[in-house]
Every structure is written in C-alpha cells, then in structure tokens.
Ligand binder design. Structure first.
Ligand code: SF4
Length: 239
C-alpha cells in the first residue's frame, strides 16, 4: 500500500521566505516524503528527479510519484549501461506508471571519431564529461531544483551530503531526500513496497554505473569500490 502524502504547509518556509541555510537546516529534520512534498510545493513543475536505476532510484521514484503523480523523472543514457539497468528502467516505469525522460550526448562512434578509441580507459574524466556531465547540464537547464539519490552512507566523500542546498556546478537547488538513509533503510523500503530493483545488486554490485567502469565488490567491501576500480576517480562529476 502506498504511504499517505504528508502536508508540510506552514512548517517549512519557502526559499523566498528565508535564507536557504535555514531552510536546509529545517529540511534536515523531515523525512524523505516530507522533503519531496516541500520541493513540489515550492518549485512546482520546475523540478527534475534524476534516476540511475540503482536501488535508491527505486525508492525515490516510488516516493516522489506517490507524493506527486506529476513528478518529473530523467536519466542519462551513456550508451554503455548494463542491460539489467535498462530493464530496471522499464520495470519501474510500468510498475509506477511513470516515464523517464532520456538525455544523451554523443554516440560512441561520434566520440571515437572526435576523441579516439576507448576514451573511458585513457581519460575517464573526459569521457564522463561528455557522456554524463554534458547531458546532465542539458537536463537541468530549464528547472530550478533537481533531486538525487545520494546518501551519506555511500562513501566517505559523501558523508557530509546535505539534504538541500545550492548546486554550484549546475547552478540550481539540489535535494537529496535519502541523504540520511542507511543501506538497510533502502532495502527495507524496496521490500515493503515490492518495488522492482536492479538485479545486479544481487550479483555483487552495490553501486552500478557504466559497463566499462563498474566491477562487483567482495562482500563487506566499500559500497563504491567497484566504480573506476584502480583509479583515484570516485565520482563521475554530477554529484
Ligand atoms: S563511467 Fe566510464 S564509460 Fe561511463 S561515462 Fe564515465 S568514463 Fe565513460
């Protein structure tokens, strides 16, 4: 059964009312549904919810579409996502009755023609810039707030992730409604609501990105250790 929407009117001020740091502090004390409802109330349709079809996308898509049937979702198609990831996209869309807008940049052939073969091996930052950051910029160019599934428990570099703040990289507000969720919280929610999720999580992939840059992780290993394994790189440049 879907959780009932929660009304926050009167408890959290809008961006026009207060300094954003005060808003951010208040949003730290509300749950994910309440944070999303606040965003919908204050930004209307000028929002976009990013989905990578990892476990947190299942949660965020369900929470957001429950609070607001008109919630807007998008994803970045790098052309080198796992087949299981595309299947998860389709299963989530069918289960929740929602659509995921696709953003895409160069084809692999165009990238090779402009930058040479296998750029992900020679310069993964440049490859992420082309295949992730640029389409992300396109996706966010017409909205005022975006939503990510980043959690503090993902990695040490994400340990101080706020629930709400100004995203300097893309120049808009960013909401991380699951920032304080544990791994157990995520899986409990998925099971409780019988949500589709990426089956690679059951095959040793705690974090899932592009096929060329994602490895399985030994049980108990760092949740993001399988991303760009062997390199200093830990993020693709969008979070
Ligand atoms: S994760 Fe790898 S393949 Fe995907 S965009 Fe980044 S460098 Fe390229």
């Amino acid at each position: 059964m879907k959780p009932p929407p929660v009304t926050l009117s009167g408890t959290v001020p809008t961006p026009a009312d207060l300094d954003h740091e005060e808003i951010a502090a208040k949003l730290e004390d509300v749950n994910a549904s309440e944070a999303l409802e606040w965003m919908f109330e204050n930004f209307g349709s000028d929002h976009y919810i990013a989905c990578s079809f990892q476990k947190t996308s299942s949660v965020t898509a369900h929470l957001a579409s429950t609070v607001n049937p008109d919630a807007r979702f998008f994803y970045l198609d790098t052309d080198v996502l796992f087949e299981e990831t595309y299947e998860t996209r389709d299963r989530l869309a069918a289960a929740l009755g929602i659509e995921f807008d696709r953003f895409h940049n160069l084809t692999l052939e165009e990238q090779e023609a402009e930058h040479g073969p296998e750029l992900w091996n020679r310069n993964p930052d440049a490859c992420c810039g082309i295949r992730k950051v640029e389409p992300m910029r396109q996706a966010l160019s017409s909205v005022d707030c975006w939503v990510a599934g980043v959690r503090r428990a993902d990695s040490s570099s994400r340990a101080k992730t706020p629930k709400f703040g100004w995203d300097k990289r893309f120049n808009l507000w960013k909401l991380n409604p699951l920032a304080d969720w544990t791994e157990r919280d995520v899986w409990n929610y998925i099971r409780e609501h019988h949500l589709p999720y990426n089956p690679l999580h059951d095959r040793g992939y705690p974090s899932i990105g592009c096929t060329h840059c994602t490895q399985p992780v030994e049980p108990g290993g760092d949740l993001r250790a399988g991303r760009w394994t062997g390199l200093a790189k830990t993020e693709c440049g969008i979070n």
